[in-house]
Design a protein around this ligand. Structure first.
Ligand code: A2P
Length: 310
């Protein structure tokens, strides 16, 4: 099983979790069951917006692993900022559980809840129907309330830049977010943000750690050379690089072989990589390879580095 990291609420989070974005409902049941029952995962990362929470819940039940042994995260969608508790209740019902270990604000973006689509409302001109007369602090107060009620054990954020944390959230927060989940990988290592988060006691979580679908990262020369040196796969190096830096890492897979090799390989690589290896990997992006893989569709500057999108 994977080692754990302490959150600022005193609870522990397993450093490797199974990602479920883009996992098809009919595939995610088996993926979650296999990850828990056969591969030693104890951490599943989900979201209301992934449209597969019910199936994640089914996978958890089929695994037979007790709920109390599993660290379960979900996320508040952008159309739900005005009704956090109701949205959380829907997520809990989907997953078939009565609490989450971690509930995240999925994006610092409020989309019109009465728009033309429940997930991605647009305006007549095709742009996203983003509400601007809204304060993150109002959503956060509701997050603090569901925490106080015991429906979730920790609260955090996702896709929050240093600017938004510093200006719009931390000055008003009674509870400091436990985590910030962002795109983070070899070509977008978020070195400054990670340092900032650590200074605030916020644990960084990496989504798309392998570079998402059709990843250019798997062909990276530096990662490839280290893979050869340590007789591991490039994917192992990409994941182990993050684990070695105490970043909670969330590889997505629906393939049993890869689900298993991701957790085993990541832990093996994290052990083998030296300080010099990690420093070398830290420098890869800056050598001209910086890129974002996920282009947020909001048309709003969120304060992240504006790397070219693959
Ligand atoms: P699959 O689900 O078929 O395994 P990320 O976690 O960065 O979002 O990357 C997920 C993508 O990488 C998915 O397309 C997933 O496909 C694939 N993937 C997951 N694990 C590995 C691996 N060990 N080697 C290569 N590709 C992988």
């Amino acid at each position: 099983a994977s080692p754990k990291i302490k959150l600022n609420n005193g609870n522990e989070i397993p450093i490797i979790g199974l990602g479920t974005w883009q996992s098809k409902p009919d595939e995610v049941i088996n993926a979650v069951e296999y990850a828990l029952k056969e591969a030693g995962y104890r951490h599943i990362d989900c979201a209301w917006a992934y449209d597969n929470e019910k199936e994640v819940g089914e996978g958890i039940r089929r695994s037979g692993v007790p709920r109390s042994e599993i660290f379960l995260t979900s996320k508040l969608w952008c159309t739900h900022h005005g009704r956090v508790e109701a949205a959380l209740d829907e997520t809990l019902a989907n997953l078939g559980t009565d609490y989450l270990d971690l509930y995240l604000v999925h994006w610092p973006i409020h989309l019109n809840p009465n728009g033309n689509h429940p997930k991605f409302p647009t305006r007549p001109d095709g742009s996203r129907d983003v509400l601007t007369d809204w304060k993150i602090r109002d959503t956060w107060a509701q997050m603090e309330a569901v925490l106080a009620k015991g429906k979730v054990r920790a609260i955090g954020v996702s896709n929050f830049s240093e600017r938004i944390l510093e200006q719009d959230l931390l000055p008003y927060a009674k509870v400091v977010p436990a985590v910030n989940q962002v795109e983070l990988h070899l070509y977008n290592p978020q070195l400054k943000l990670v340092e900032y988060l650590k200074s605030k006691g916020i644990v960084p979580q990496a989504y798309s750690p392998l570079g998402s679908t059709n990843s250019p990262l798997l062909e990276d020369e530096t990662a490839g050379a280290l893979a050869k040196k340590y007789e591991l796969s490039p994917a192992d190096i990409l994941l182990g690089y993050l684990v070695a830096k105490d970043i909670v890492t969330l590889p997505k897979s629906v393939n049993p072989k890869r689900i298993k090799s991701n957790i085993e390989g990541a832990l093996a690589a994290a052990k083998k990589l030296t300080k010099e290896d990690v420093e070398k990997l830290d420098g890869v992006a800056a050598s001209g390879k910086q890129m974002r893989l996920i282009q947020p569709p909001w048309g709003v500057d969120l304060g992240f580095d504006n790397w070219p999108v693959r």
